[in-house]
Design a binder for this molecule. Structure first.
Ligand SMILES: NC(=O)c1ccc[n+]([C@@H]2O[C@H](COP(=O)([O-])OP(=O)(O)OC[C@H]3O[C@@H](n4cnc5c(N)ncnc54)[C@H](OP(=O)(O)O)[C@@H]3O)[C@@H](O)[C@H]2O)c1
Length: 279
């Protein structure tokens, strides 16, 4: 088939992308470790699933292995097979937030960008982090609290559905030819700004508690069971946020999709009920 293999097809950006592609009558193959009928079994840690998932598609949305500081050993054989099979477009879900002292994800991004027609998306922090089951969202609902070491540093929070919309434009060949796109929402906001917007929308007071990077890393590890090396790198991103290094905002969602990205206030209104303790 010519069509799109959507890895991470059951996840936040992937599931929204599947819907958008289907709305555009694009043949889609959803990849999952536990595939629903019509989907394909795909597991980064099981290379035997890679070739069958790729065979016959000409485009791929690539959500790399999660919480992994060194994705290349798992992803490179997949990319080599994609090249061999003539996949003309790979859209990688990368990140604007670079994990400190962690070259693996950057190597993967460089590998994708080097291939003509293949693209890296670099989204800022997801607004969906403020919803359960993300640890930030879970703590807001449970304790009315956000714990961060980022101070008043700001971030261009983006709705995962706008990332999917940007990916859809790139996977349906609407004439865009850059090798990377920084994707953000319309405005950079700090955690205290986000807490105030959530409080206003939900009626639930949300306070912000400043903690150290080390406490944040320990909390991530405890809440999710993610590997310690990844938790430390993830928490250390907050140093960059605090120092103002993640404040950038781009027009790429509008440029790619013709629509402005959703605002944090719109997101908070839509999900207001999800922050009540009984939800
Ligand atoms: N959250 C943020 O603020 C942020 C910011 C920038 C970039 N990102 C990037 O966004 C990416 C997605 O993160 P997310 O938390 O939003 O996850 P997600 O896409 O909501 O969910 C993870 C997806 O990965 C799939 N998956 C999990 N383990 C897999 C495996 N071993 N093999 C194949 N597929 C597997 C799951 O599919 P099944 O369970 O169906 O197999 C699911 O569809 C990450 O790479 C992250 O770095 C996140």
């Amino acid at each position: 088939m010519t069509g799109v293999l959507v890895t991470g097809g059951t996840g936040k950006t992937g599931s929204a992308l599947v819907k958008l592609l289907r709305d555009n009558d694009v043949p889609v193959r959803v990849a999952s470790r536990n595939p629903a009928p019509g989907a394909v079994r795909f597991d980064w840690t099981d290379p035997a699933t890679h070739s069958a998932a790729l065979r016959g598609v000409d485009r791929v949305y690539l959500v790399p292995p999660l919480v992994n500081v060194d994705p290349m050993p798992l992803v490179e054989p997949f990319l080599a097979e994609a090249e061999r099979l003539g996949v003309r477009r790979v859209v990688l879900l990368g990140s604007a937030l670079v994990l400190p002292d962690t070259p693996g994800p950057l190597e993967l991004a460089a590998r994708v960008r080097a291939q003509p027609g293949w693209v890296e998306l670099r989204p800022s922090g997801f607004m969906q982090n403020f919803l359960s089951p993300h640890p930030i969202g879970t703590r807001i609902r449970r304790d009315g609290e956000i714990r961060t070491s980022a101070g008043d540093g700001r971030l261009g929070w983006i709705d995962a559905r706008d990332i999917a919309a940007a990916a859809c434009a790139l996977l349906t060949d609407q004439g865009h030819d850059a090798s990377e796109y920084l994707l953000t929402g319309p405005k950079a906001l700090s955690y205290p700004d986000a807490a105030a917007i959530i409080s206003a929308a939900s009626g639930r007071p949300v306070r912000v508690v400043q903690i150290s990077v080390e406490e944040q890393a320990a909390g991530y590890e405890e809440a999710t069971g993610m590997p310690a090396d990844f938790a430390i790198a993830l928490a250390a991103i907050e140093n960059g946020i605090r120092e103002g290094r993640e404040e950038q905002v781009s027009t790429a969602v509008l440029d790619l999709t013709g629509r402005p990205p959703r605002t944090f206030a719109e997101f908070a209104e839509e999900h207001a009920a999800e922050w009540s303790p009984g939800y």
